[in-house]
Design a protein around this ligand. Sequence first.
Ligand code: CP
Ligand code: NVA
Length: 315
Amino acid sequence: MDKNTLKGRSLLTWLDYSEEEIRYFLDLSKQVKEEKKRGELHQRFTGKTIALLFEKRSTRTRCAFETSIGEEGGHPVFLSTADIQLGEKESVEDTSRVLGRMFSAIQFRGFKQSTVETLAKFSGVPVYNGLTDNFHPTQVLADIMTIEENFGSSRGKKLCFVGDGRNNVARSLMVICAKLGVHFTIVTPPALMPDPALVKTCETLAAAAGSKILITADTAAVEGAHALYTDVWASMGEEAVKAERVKQLSPFQVNQDLMAKTGLKETIFLHCLPAIRGEEVTAAVIDGNQTRVWDEAENRKHTIKAIMLGTLGLA
Ligand code: CP
Ligand code: NVA
C-alpha cells in the first residue's frame, strides 16, 4: 500500500477507509508499541500541534492523544466547551478555519457527527473523531489490536458485543469488523438494535471480506465468541434514560454464566471503559482472568499514535 494515500486524511468513521489502510494502521500500532517496550525514544511529532476539543468527558482518549504526541516532541492544546465558543458564539465553520491555521491536526469528542464532519471540511487539516453519538473509531482500532495480540489475527474470529446495540462503540465495531472480515454479533433487545441502513452497509462489506454480521436478542448467540464486549448501558448524554436502560439491559449483563456460554475457554472480555461493575459487567468478569481491558486501554495510546503518524505523513 502507498502510505502517502493516508497523508492529510481525517478519521471520522472507518467507513471511509479500505481494509488495506486499516491493516496499515494496525501494523504501525504494533510497531510503535514494540518501540515503546524497547525503550526507544523518537521525536516524530517535533513542530506539530493538535487541538483537542472536548464537549464530553474523557480519560483514555484525551490522555492517549496528549501523551503520544507530547512524548515525541509535539504540542497538544486541550479545549473544553468551558474554554471555546464551539457553535455557541462562533460557528463551527469559523472555529474550524481558525484552528486549521494554527494546528497540524484536530481531535473532536462530542455529540453530533456533523460537528466533526464540519471541522474536517473547513479546517484543512486531519480531524480525528474521538467519539460522537454515532461513532468511536479510534477505540475500535485498539480493540482489534487487542484481539490480534491474543489470537494472532482477527480475520475469521468472532467478536460479540452485548449491550446497547445502537451506541457509538457497537456501531464502530460493526464497521471495522465488516471491513476486516471479523465475524460480528450484537446481542441486544429489539428496541436497541442498530439502524438497519448501517447494518445493511456492514453486511455488504462483511460479505466482501468473508465474515458475517448478526443482530439478535438471543444471548445463545455468544456461542463460539473469541471476545465478549460490553459498554455502559447509558452513554454520555443519555443520563435521562438510564432507568429505562437498566430495565431493558439487565438480562444482558456480562457475567460468568454468559462468559461460559461461549463454550470456549480462551474467550477474552473487552470493554472500552469506563465500566460500571454490577451493571453491564460483574466484577468477577472484568477483574477475572479472561479480562483484557487494561491492555485494551493501553492500546488506545499506540493506535492513536499510529493514526496521527500515518495521517500527518510522519510514519
Ligand atoms: N474508552 C474511552 O473512550 O475512554 P474515555 O471516555 O476515558 O476517553
Ligand atoms: N458509549 C460510551 C462510550 C464511552 C467511551 C459513551 O458514549 O458514553
